[in-house]
Write a protein that binds this ligand. Structure first.
Ligand SMILES: Cc1ncc(COP(=O)(O)O)c(C=O)c1O
Length: 411
């Protein structure tokens, strides 16, 4: 990946050393060392990210794009540099293809409200999968209510994998957009987005990827790509939408206000160029600068090194949890990110979560904003341990011990 710093090599990855970069990890919860396994909800932030935000507020705080004074110039430069970092991270051809948004949810809503609202008519179809987050379901349903579009849902197997032939069958003459998660936040399934894009493009259908992993947008050739900063060790409240120039230029603005215009009179307003025409109002400048620091941080550690460590943890946690009688792992795709959802016979996931919390272990329980997926697996909820590169095998052992304790209490 393009980065100003040289990544560490694999053997240099020292998880204990890396943990020191995350101040939050060093604390007791209910008298036990914190084990943070809720990374799919939001990841923790390294000190450099926290310091980047602090540096902005202590030294450079000003609004961007509008001031000619030095602080505004510095803030604008720092802000726009992050756009370039994202461009390099995704290997986007041009910086103007990176639109800052509040996060993945806003990015998808932008595409739905601007691209899809303009281009789709009653009866036109949007194809998603059965493993989508509500953020990639509800915006299309809202458009369905407004315009009468049709939502088609590609089914998944019992392992939690997209049934590709069924997905392909849904691509018909009325398909106008495919919108898929790269990684299921519940199952951990990594979808075959390359094949999805190829199949959709054969029918001239653009593809939006609800992103999670590092990708090369040119190689993947997706038309839109959305991600949230807070999932990649950056602050909450910011994210980005990548789009192909032709599409972004053809799209009407999403919101009106300051910064997205070229000129305004009561008779007529002309809009700014991309990406600014989609960036109305004062953005979360500090968080955006923090996102830049997060990108630098993971680039320095080497995204491949982090993925390798997370994969080792996934294999270890899956094996250990599966050995506990009564535990069923939901989501056993062959290509998986480090998410382990599970249920335990006779115990509601909320009870699992409550007991684990008492042991200092933070997992997520519930439907994970994917209620249709819970129905697909006929479970009301799951407990979900989502692992990050700062987690350790010892923490997985603590989780396994705590699940045994849950059994002693409830079963
Ligand atoms: C797969 C997936 N898509 C979309 C979202 C929505 O992201 P955000 O809440 O950051 O906008 C999430 C968040 O958990 C997610 O896991």
């Amino acid at each position: 990946m393009a980065t100003a710093t040289t990544p560490l090599v694999a053997q240099d990855f020292d998880v204990q050393r890396v943990r020191e970069d995350f101040p939050i990890l060093n604390q007791l919860v209910h008298g036990k060392p914190l084990v943070y396994f809720d990374n799919a909800a939001t990841s923790q932030k390294p000190r450099t990210v926290i310091e980047a935000e602090r540096h902005f507020y202590e030294g450079d705080c000003a609004n961007i794009h509008r001031g000619i004074h030095l602080l505004s110039e510095r803030a604008t430069k720092a802000y726009e540099e992050v756009r370039e970092k994202i461009q390099h991270l995704l290997n986007a051809p041009e910086t103007r293809q990176i639109v800052f948004v509040r996060g993945t949810t806003e990015a998808i809503n932008l595409v739905a409200s601007s691209y899809a609202r303009r281009n789709l008519q009653a009866g036109d179809e949007v194809v998603i999968t059965a493993m989508e987050h509500h953020a990639n379901i509800v915006p299309w349903q809202m458009l369905r209510e407004e315009k009468g579009i049709v939502l088609r849902v590609a089914p998944i197997s019992d392992r939690g994998e997209l049934i590709f032939e069924e997905f392909e069958k849904l691509l018909g003459p009325r398909t106008r957009l495919v919108s898929v998660a790269h990684v299921s936040n519940v199952l951990g399934t990594i979808n075959p987005v390359r094949e999805v894009v190829r199949a959709a493009h054969r029918s001239n259908v653009p593809v939006l990827v609800d992103g999670a992993l590092k990708i090369d947008v040119q190689e993947l050739d997706c038309d839109f790509y959305a991600f949230s900063s807070h999932k990649v060790f950056g602050p909450t409240g910011v994210g980005a939408l990548y789009g192909k120039v032709r599409l972004l230029e053809s799209m009407p603005p999403y919101q009106g206000g300051g910064d997205m215009i070229s000129s305004v009179s009561f008779e007529r307003t002309t809009y700014n160029t991309i990406p600014y025409k989609f960036e109305a109002g004062t953005p979360n400048i500090a968080a955006t600068i923090g996102l830049g620091a997060a990108i630098d941080y993971v680039s320095r550690l080497g995204i491949e090194n982090l993925a390798r460590h997370e994969h080792e943890l996934l294999v270890y946690a899956t094996a250990k949890l599966s050995q506990i009688p009564g535990v069923r792992v939901i989501g056993t795709a062959r290509e998986k990110a480090s998410v382990v959802s599970f249920v335990l016979d006779g115990v509601h996931p909320h009870d699992i979560g409550t007991v684990l919390d008492q042991e200092g272990i933070a997992v997520r329980t519930g439907h994970h904003c994917a209620q249709p997926l819970m129905e697909r697996f006929k479970v009301p909820a799951t407990a979900r341990a989502s692992l990050a590169f700062y987690n350790t095998k010892e923490e997985v052992d603590a989780l396994v011990e705590a699940v045994e304790k849950v059994k002693q209490i409830f079963v």
